[in-house]
Design a protein around this ligand. Structure first.
Ligand code: RAM
Length: 923
């Protein structure tokens, strides 16, 4: 009888398993709201939810989902969903699912979980996740913009190299009841540091994110329940200049950085008591302020000066005597709309330990960080009160071992610390950052040692999405240098460089670069924010500047740089499935393009161009820009090819939104532009466009503008020029390089792309390495050209290199016409000279891996395909008969469908899971 019962039980279980699958096998993880983990204070009324599915079996896809959203964790726990119960929705969508529940109000707290149904059974409910709403309405702000619109004797606000001390604000208040919850909303321009009862709140640095403050001001939200107590409390806020108080005000004809005014803040602390009542503390003229604290000067370009003897112990705690402080002032608001910041702030992301310190002259030490990094130094020092340690930063050294500072232009990049003379003093600046590898240390009491310093690497907080490695050490080093350069140039906007008096969001530098970067960093929210900055910067007439936020006024009406607006929106859609930017910016994009057409188009040729194929290798080493007309690509070629490309993107964007007649209009225009372009620039006898530069021929090829019958000869010209005149080297600048590696590979010469990628001779990324570069230079000849342009940390010349690494060498890409890696295409390039490639990429659906090696005539390939996606896998092979998967003949592997042989690849369709292929390459 017992045995019978047991059998029945087993049978019952088996039955359940076939009906619903084993719930333990399918899991839902990594719940995100607007791609953030448990964000606090968002203001999107219809936030989008994303999750990842994992399973320990292959071929799993979602067939339906069920989302529950409740206003408290308890309610969610008991499935009492007062905000949203989606019900079971038949859908495969697990990325950016729009919330469709109750209308959300400011301050709402939302707790959610999701359950998925798959072809292999359903999951359990996920662990709960949350988001909260910020102050969605401008009228939710009772706080006043507060500041101090004056300078002091120690400041020098109107000098070209401006100086202003930091402003310290404080507010004491008393609470008489038990606290249930406390939430603080703050924006402090340019930078704020928030203190509560003697503690710093949050790990953000250089916050908030930079914007055109007359258009948009972002605020940050903190749950400060733990910091607030019954009885006496103190909020302290230190304000720094950031990009609000100009680093370079207009004083003469020199280039100014936009000035917004003296630093100011808005702070609203909302406290809920246990009895349900509440109290709100706001910034206003009841606060006290002093500018006579320890931070004597702060300027992003020039550095921070800190006098520890001026510290005010206890200033951010109750019972501090602030009788000598001034009253804070109510000041004019900056003008921009207050918006919850949805891109994460910057923070200390890693640490670099210095390599060495050398005394180059008595008392002058040079410290080598071993890596060109961006951030600041934290220093440990012990000495007498009044001792002054001066730290000067630079990327390079002169031949005599001193700092090379010519490339910093007017940026002083110097921190000065005055000791208070206590025990050990530990310090780092908070309102400045530097791009540096070397530091000159003077005034250090005693002998500085590398143990007294650490480099704190600062950039926007974001997850790493991917890694890449090959058997080729040059490629690996370039990749490493690129990673350092890319992260070092995230500062709430993508900057061109982190060291000199520039550090601006140049649009052209990141057009294609941003696609490559997406394989390394999850920059989705940062670039979405930047597109908002671009819209803010657009003039009424439609013109878009080259630098955004427009801290420099650069309305030069260019096609190539502002083109990044559309290119990046398309990238966010393809890489992350993020459609919002396309919808949001469609009208401004159109407006810009029409403005360009109406202002500069003649007979369907776009004549306007500003920078040419910027920074292509010039004919002689000391030149920045080539003077040789044969090397330069004609402006109208760049302008018209870009204009055409923009039309094809707009056509796509229109179609995606169902605006079919507009799509048709763009397509019609594109056709006209293509014909006019070919009539004017294509020499049908030679297959050369314009003056036959690589860029002139490459762009029309990659944008699909070349009539079919000339494609071959046009490409032949690309090859002949590269291999003949340039001996297998790059000849393009910022514009052409965006398509170089892919263009060569797609047209059948990936070997030339590999040669360019692995060259060590000039001009190449490898040449930079041989000159000691640990990042990527601004110029191919960055070592020999004019010093003021020798930025050792620019990413614009990376072009499509990183894209090529991941999409071509590792072979991880979206299947054509697909987005967000829902359908993956894996087709690694197998090239002579590369023995292995190892890459991973965390797509929005989950982790994708491609790791292949060549071994004794076999191609061995390990891949991972995330749940809820499918892939087309192209295995290099003689035939499918010569391939095995995990030791089995492919024909017998379930879920693996052989499609066809295609140019030396066996093509399969597969579902999710891990696969191990072995393919015999030689018989
Ligand atoms: C330089 C910048 C940037 C480039 C422009 C045209 O000043 O560094 O990289 O886009 O010029």
């Amino acid at each position: 009888m017992k045995k019978f019962l047991l059998l029945q039980l087993i049978a019952g279980c088996l039955f359940l398993m076939t009906c619903t699958g084993d719930p333990a096998m399918v899991k839902v993880e990594r719940l995100r709201c607007e791609m953030l983990v448990n964000p606090v204070g968002i203001d999107n009324q219809t936030p989008r939810l994303t999750w990842e599915i994992t399973a320990d079996v292959r071929n799993v896809y979602q067939t339906a989902y069920h989302i529950l959203v409740a206003s408290s964790e308890e309610k969610l726990h008991s499935n009492e969903c007062d905000l949203w119960d989606s019900g079971k929705i038949k859908s495969g969508q697990s990325v950016y699912v729009t919330y469709e529940g109750e209308k959300l109000k400011s301050r709402d707290e939302c707790f959610w979980k999701v359950k998925v149904y798959t072809n292999k059974g359903m999951s359990e409910w996920s662990s709960p996740a949350s988001w909260s709403m910020g102050l969605a309405d401008q009228s939710d702000w009772q706080a006043k913009w507060t500041g101090l619109d004056k300078s002091f004797s120690w400041d020098n606000p109107d000098n070209y190299i401006s100086r202003l001390s930091a402003r310290y604000f404080r507010k004491e208040f008393r609470l008489d009841q038990d606290i249930q919850k406390a939430t603080l909303y703050i924006s402090g321009l340019g930078f704020y540091k928030l203190h509560l009862n003697g503690e710093i709140v949050g790990d953000q640095e250089l916050a908030p994110t930079p914007t055109d403050y007359t258009k948009t001001v972002t605020y940050n939200t903190f749950d400060v329940t733990q910091h607030i107590k019954k009885e006496r409390n103190t909020i302290g806020v230190i304000l720094g200049n950031g990009r609000y108080f100009s680093m370079r005000p207009k004083v003469d004809e020199r280039r100014e950085v936009r000035h917004f005014g003296f630093p100011k803040m808005i702070v609203q602390l909302e406290i809920e008591f246990s009895d349900g009542s509440g109290q709100t503390i706001i910034s206003d003229d009841s606060w006290k302020v002093t500018a006579d604290g320890a931070i004597r000067s702060n300027n992003e370009f020039d550095g921070e000066e800190y006098d520890a003897t001026k510290e005010m112990p206890g200033w951010d705690m109750p019972n501090f005597d602030d009788s000598l402080w001034l009253n804070a002032e109510l000041v004019d608001p900056p003008g921009g709309r207050l918006k919850a910041q949805q891109n994460k702030n910057m923070k200390v992301m890693s640490i670099v330990r210095p390599l060495s310190i050398t005394e180059i002259k008595r008392g002058i030490y040079i410290m080598d960080m071993g890596q060109n990094m961006v951030g600041w130094l934290r220093m440990k020092v012990k000495g007498k009160k009044g001792d002054r340690v001066k730290l000067c930063f630079a990327e390079l050294l002169n031949a005599d071992g001193t700092l090379y500072t010519d490339n910093l232009r007017t940026a002083r990049v110097t921190d000065i610390y005055t000791l208070k003379g206590s025990d050990e003093e530990i310090w780092n600046p908070v309102f400045a950052y530097h791009g540096f590898r070397f530091v000159e240390i003077t005034g250090f009491p005693g002998i500085p040692s590398i143990n007294d310093f650490e480099g704190q690497v600062i950039y926007d907080e974001m997850d790493r999405t991917g890694h890449f490695e090959t058997s080729d050490s040059t490629i690996n080093r370039i990749y490493k240098n690129a990673c350092w350069g890319i992260k070092g140039n995230y500062r709430g906007m993508p900057t061109d460089c982190p060291q000199r008096d520039e550090r601006m969001g140049w649009l052209g530098d990141r057009a294609t670069g941003s696609l490559g970067e997406s394989f390394i960093f999850d920059h989705n929210n940062l670039y979405s924010k930047w597109l908002g900055d671009i819209e803010d910067a657009q003039l009424k007439n439609g013109s878009i500047p080259d630098v955004v936020p427009n801290y420099w006024s650069m309305y030069r009406d260019n096609m190539t740089w502002p083109g990044a607006y559309l290119i990046i929106a398309n990238m966010l859609y393809e890489q992350f499935g993020n459609m919002e930017p396309i919808i949001k910016h469609y009208d401004s994009m159109k407006k810009w393009l029409y403005y360009m057409r109406d202002s500069y188009m003649e007979d369907n040729i776009m004549l306007k161009d500003r920078y040419g194929d910027w920074c292509m290798p010039p004919e002689s080493p000391e030149l920045i820009h080539s003077q040789d007309p044969a090397r330069k690509t004609e402006g109208a070629v760049l302008g018209t090819t870009f204009y055409y490309h923009m039309l094809t993107l707009l056509e796509r964007f229109a179609k995606l939104q169902g605006k079919l007649s507009e799509a048709e209009e763009f397509a019609d225009q594109a056709l006209k532009v293509k014909d006019a372009f070919n009539d004017k620039f294509l020499n049908t006898t030679t297959g050369q466009y314009s003056n036959n530069t690589v860029t002139a021929n490459l762009l029309p090829l990659c944008y699909g503008m070349v009539p079919e019958q000339y494609r071959e000869s046009v490409f032949k010209n690309v090859v002949d020029k590269t291999m003949g005149e340039y001996k297998g080297h790059v000849s393009t600048g910022l514009v052409g390089i965006q398509w170089l590696m892919r263009g060569l590979s797609d047209n059948g010469r990936p070997d030339i792309a590999l040669k360019i990628a692995t060259n060590r001779s000039y001009p190449s990324w490898g040449y930079m390495i041989d000159q000691g570069a640990t990042t990527i230079w601004e110029l191919w000849n960055g070592d020999t050209a004019m010093p003021s342009m020798n930025s050792a940390n620019h990413v614009m010349l990376l072009g499509d290199l990183i894209v090529w690494f991941h999409e071509y060498l590792a072979g991880i890409q979206n299947k054509k016409g697909n987005i967000a890696f829902k359908e993956i295409m894996m087709r690694p390039l197998i090239l002579e000279g590369l023995d292995y490639v190892k890459a991973d990429f965390r797509s929005v659906h989950g982790l994708i891996k491609s790791s292949w090696k060549k071994q004794n005539g076999y191609f061995i390939w390990d891949i991972t395909i995330p749940c809820n996606t499918t892939a087309t896998i192209c295995v290099p092979a003689i035939s499918e008969e010569h391939i095995s998967e995990s030791g089995k003949r492919v024909a017998s592997v379930e879920g693996l469908t052989f499609k066809k042989m295609d140019n030396g690849y066996a093509v399969f369709e597969v579902g999710s899971g891990k696969y191990h292929f072995t393919s015999m390459l030689d018989k």
